[in-house]
Structure formats: structure tokens, C-alpha cells
Design a protein around this ligand. Structure first.
Ligand code: CP
Ligand code: NVA
Length: 321
């Protein structure tokens, strides 16, 4: 039995073991095995969701499970029952859990006490199912491995999505560039953990005129404030909302701070010819991406959304195998 609580906790071999089986789940959607037959899984969500909720509900059913959707506010958890008590109750009744919440420690605590396979379906720290899907989609569409490629993330580089990208780069060996104002770069503790053990461990930010380069695992992290430089010769341009769930009270400040950190035609022009443009969705046109660029790359972006279903089946299959 395994959990998927973060990409930080996985090895490169774990990521490859999950990614390698996705194509078969996608191809054999109607006929693949049903390893969860006879099981009941619960989705416990404290934040809104379209893609994650639907792809897990459909995917778990197609793997043979019955599925319960529990809005965290509708169960006693929302009235203050401790997570470890909720976990010990559910752990005796259900076979697996998919959790979307705020604190990473809540998912970890649930898994420790429920002792059933537990998936992080987004916390403030990580969104592992999304980034596994993004990597599968990149490799599916280009026919090449992401290892050695250059991925440029534009926008709020401190939130869950870029942080999961950072761990993926460290584990799979690609170049991740983050373009954001310095106050929207990932937390120093995250960079320090990712760089620990590399030949040149990171010791703190320095005043780089253009870019700060950091060794992380078998990949590299480059921190930019200049979005145009970050996009040069990139294989993939990627963005996420400027205002993540839970940060709504900071909306006005974030829109002011992140103005310009947008994927648009000018930025695409700087990337490699044929570079992919991806977005985890939901998208806010005119903020992190403009309408024309979004629509020009809609086929990639909605394939990425569909692939959540296929990738998460492979994740759950890997967990229960
Ligand atoms: N990308 C993603 O996780 O979407 P939802 O918030 O709709 O689940
Ligand atoms: N960073 C975003 C991702 C949404 C899928 C959020 O946390 O709201």
C-alpha cells in the first residue's frame, strides 16, 4: 500500500512507474482491469474543484470502486472534529481517500491515522496529480521524454503548482525556470530541501543581474524576474492562476504585482518554435494568459485536462498494487 502525498516524497523511479502505465489506461479505457472492485473510496474536499473531483469520481468508478463525495463542511470535520479522529473512523470503513485541503500537514496526518491509500488532490503546498498529468501530456504530445527539456512557469511561482513542478524537475532531471517577482518565488525552505545533496547545495538568494541558477536533484531551477528572458528557447510555457484558492483577500495586490507575468503571443515568440503552452485550469483570460494564446493552444490544454482521468487511474493502481 502506498500514498501519494507529494512529489517531494517520490523518487524518479516512482514517477516513471506511474507515467509508464498511463497510455495503456487511456487506450484500454473500456476494458482495463478493475483493481478496486468491491472497494469504497471517499473524496474529502475543503476547496472547490471541477477537474479533480470529476476525474477522480469517474476514474475510481472505472477502476471498480464505489465513490463517496464528502464536502469537508458537511461532515463533523467542518465543525472541528480532529483530522486524526476523522481518519480513524473512515479508515475502518473505506478503502482509500482523495483529499483536497489547505495544510499539507492535514493530508499527512490523515494518511498516518487512516492507514489507507491516501491521495493529495491539492494542498497549499503541492498539486502532485496535476504535474504528473502535465508531464504525461508533454511526453504524449511531443513523443519525447521531459528529461533534459526546459519548462518555463510564469506567474505566482510560490504556489502549489510550480512547487510540484520544482520537485518533478529534481526527480526527473529537467530545467525548470520560474518567472515571477521575487516575493512570488518559492519559499526558501523548499529550495533548500530540493537543493540539499546536490554537488553545489543552495545557500540563499544572491543578487543576480538576470537569473539565479540552482542545482536541485538531477535537474536545475532558474529563478527570473524577467519573464522574456525566462521564456527564451523554452520547450514548454506553463501558467496557473495568480490568485490561488484561499488567497482571495489578496486579489487586488496580486493582480497589481503579477501584471506582466502573462503568457501571450510575445512570450510564445521567444520560446522554441513549436513550444507547447499548458495551463492547469481554471484560466483567467487577460490575467495569467491572454485569450488568443489560450484558444490557440486549447487542444493541448483540454487534452491536459482530460489526461487527469487517465493519469490518476495509474496513480491509484500504483498505490494499491
Ligand atoms: N486543475 C485543477 O485541479 O482543477 P480543479 O480545481 O477544477 O480540480
Ligand atoms: N494554484 C491553484 C491551482 C488550481 C488548480 C490553486 O491552488 O487555486
Amino acid at each position: 500500500m502506498r500514498n501519494l502525498l507529494s512529489l517531494e516524497a517520490l523518487t524518479g523511479a516512482d514517477l516513471r512507474a506511474i507515467l509508464d502505465r498511463v497510455a495503456a489506461f487511456k487506450r484500454d479505457r473500456a476494458t482495463h482491469a478493475r483493481p478496486l472492485a468491491g472497494q469504497t473510496w471517499a473524496l474529502i474536499f475543503s476547496k472547490s474543484s471541477t477537474r479533480t473531483r470529476v476525474s477522480f469520481e469517474v476514474g475510481l468508478r472505472e477502476l471498480g470502486a464505489e465513490v463517496l463525495f464528502l464536502n469537508a463542511n458537511d461532515i463533523q470535520l467542518g465543525r472541528g472534529e480532529p483530522i486524526k479522529d476523522t481518519a480513524r473512523v473512515l479508515g475502518r470503513m473505506i478503502h482509500g481517500a482523495v483529499i483536497r485541503t489547505f495544510a499539507q500537514s492535514d493530508v499527512e496526518e490523515f494518511a498516518a491515522h487512516a492507514k489507507i491509500p491516501t491521495v493529495n488532490a491539492l494542498t497549499d503546498d503541492e498539486h502532485p496529480c496535476q504535474i504528473l498529468t502535465d508531464i504525461f501530456t508533454y511526453e504524449e504530445r511531443t513523443g519525447t521524454l521531459i528529461t533534459g527539456k526546459t519548462v518555463t512557469f510564469v506567474g505566482d511561482a510560490a504556489c502549489n503548482v510550480p512547487v510540484s513542478w520544482l520537485w518533478a524537475a529534481a526527480r526527473l532531471g529537467f530545467h525548470l525556470r520560474l518567472a515571477a517577482p521575487k516575493t512570488y518565488w518559492p519559499a526558501e525552505a523548499v529550495i533548500r530541501r530540493a537543493s540539499a545533496g546536490s554537488p553545489v547545495p543552495w545557500t540563499g538568494h544572491h543578487e543576480a543581474p538576470t537569473v539565479e541558477r540552482i542545482m536541485i536533484g538531477c535537474g536545475t531551477l532558474e529563478l527570473f524576474t524577467d519573464v522574456g528572458l525566462a521564456a527564451r528557447q523554452a520547450d514548454l510555457l506553463y501558467t496557473d492562476v495568480w490568485v490561488s484558492m484561499g488567497k482571495e483577500s489578496e486579489s487586488a495586490q496580486r493582480i497589481e504585482d503579477l501584471a506582466g507575468y502573462q503568457i501571450n503571443a510575445d512570450l510564445v515568440e521567444r520560446a522554441k518554435p513549436g513550444a507547447l503552452v499548458m495551463h492547469c485550469l481554471p484560466a483567467y483570460r487577460g490575467k495569467e494568459i491572454d485569450e488568443a494564446t489560450f484558444e490557440a493552444h486549447a487542444d493541448t490544454i483540454f487534452t491536459e485536462a482530460e489526461n487527469r482521468l487517465h493519469v490518476q487511474k495509474s496513480i491509484v493502481d500504483w498505490m494499491v498494487r
